[in-house]
Design a protein around this ligand. Structure first.
Ligand SMILES: *Cc1c(COP(=O)(O)O)cnc(C)c1O
Length: 383
């Protein structure tokens, strides 16, 4: 048995301040729809620079409400990326709209505007773009297409809190943006999410929909819309307020860990690293590397298995959405439909990455990776 401690893929960064803030809510007796929700929303809107922020129970719930608020429904075509966490596409399918996948740019791993334009010519109602791995999508291009084809625009910024596109905050680049606060995100509330927008109507509808379809000023049993319970409770909000205050600090820590990895991996022949893109700042969410061809999916899978065996957690971020069984069954997608996504996805793996990761943990991951790769590489080349 391995006596060394496993290095986790991700870990929340929680201090005594978060513990105290949550305990204070418990002592207050108000556990939902209280002052912490209003405070978290106000601070969050201030941070992003939008008129409104609406707290919801998860990023997925937030995306779902945006789809409804924009009037996207049965049979509407929504262009989106197959290289994402499945929630971004599920939100479209919940409302019987049709996801129209568009392949990605192999450099940024975000939607390729040229291909989006091609797809828009065949008819579409909306773009749902994702800022993947904390890097904003090509928003100038996407917004221009949206304007020309009169499309609604949702920004899934669940991985990009703190990122900027030409000086503007991720989340504020579409008509409406969504953040998620799952424990591996830059800010966590356990489970939780936030919708941000400058649009008064979208904000009002989302506020009603998260709270069983009641307008804000309506009575408790007066339901205008078919709503949901997608509320964010007071404990989560108290946690989120402190996490948001500490975001600058944890972001700097994450950048430092990314730099440690970069310095140790940049000269390694067998791997490709995430790029920096002029004008865009990535908010570090996950540390994803790719094996370099001719190494492919088989070598990647062997590498992941060997890393895990040696106590280094890792994950295949992301498996293409169109190849998930539920999507293959429903829409008939096949391998080969989105070749750039499939190629990138097959060679990618996420390494352990969290704010308080130590330099010696990074050393340990890199040492293990190098020894594992030496074996994978020699097998792939038949040496
Ligand atoms: C995390 C994530 C979500 C969903 O967030 P949850 O809070 O887990 O529901 C949506 N889209 C992307 C791209 C994500 O990474």
């Amino acid at each position: 048995m391995d006596s060394r401690k496993r290095i986790p893929l991700a870990a929340p960064n929680i201090t005594d301040r978060e513990l105290e803030a949550v305990a204070e809510v418990l002592r207050s007796g108000t556990l939902s729809l209280g002052p912490k929700l209003a405070e978290f929303e106000e601070r969050f809107a201030g941070y992003i620079g939008t008129r409104h922020a609406i707290g919801v129970s998860s990023g997925t719930a937030g995306l779902h409400l945006c789809v409804i608020a924009l009037g996207i429904g049965a049979g509407d075509r929504v262009m989106t990326t197959p290289f994402s966490f499945i929630a971004s596409t599920n939100a479209v399918v919940y409302e019987q709209a049709i996801p129209v996948f568009v392949d990605i740019d192999p450099l940024t791993l975000n939607l390729d505007p040229a291909r989006v334009e091609e797809a828009a010519r065949k008819g579409a109602k909306a773009i749902l773009a994702v800022d993947i791995f904390g890097l904003p999508a090509e928003w100038d291009g996407l917004r221009e297409i949206a304007r020309r084809f009169d499309l609604s625009v949702i920004e899934d910024s669940c991985e990009a809190l703190g990122a900027t596109y030409k000086g503007r905050a991720a989340g504020s680049l579409g008509q409406v943006g969504v953040f998620g606060f799952y424990p591996n995100k830059q800010v966590t509330t356990g489970e939780g999410g936030m919708i941000v927008t400058d649009d008064d109507r979208i904000a009002r509808v989302c506020r009603a929909l998260r709270n069983q379809g009641r307008w804000e000023q309506a009575g408790w049993v007066e339901h205008e819309l078919l709503g949901f319970n997608y509320r964010l409770d007071e404990l989560s909000c108290a946690l989120g307020i402190v996490q948001l205050e500490r975001l600058g600090e944890t972001q700097a820590q994450r950048e430092r860990v990314a730099r440690w990895y970069h310095e140790r991996l940049r000269d390694l022949e067998a791997v490709e690293l995430l790029p920096t893109v002029p004008g865009l700042t990535r908010s570090w969410f996950v540390y994803v590397i790719r094996l370099r061809p001719p190494l492919g999916q088989e070598a990647r899978d062997r590498t992941m298995a060997a890393l895990r065996e040696q106590g280094v957690e890792c994950a295949d971020y992301f498996a293409p959405i169109h190849l998930q069984p539920v999507y293959q069954r429903r829409f008939g997608y096949r391998r080969g439909d989105f070749p750039v996504t499939e190629d990138i996805a097959g060679r990618s793996l996420a390494l352990p990455f969290f704010a308080h990761m130590s330099e010696s943990q990074v050393d340990e991951v890199v040492r293990t990776l190098k020894s594992v790769l030496t074996r994978s590489t020699s097998r792939a080349t038949g040496a």
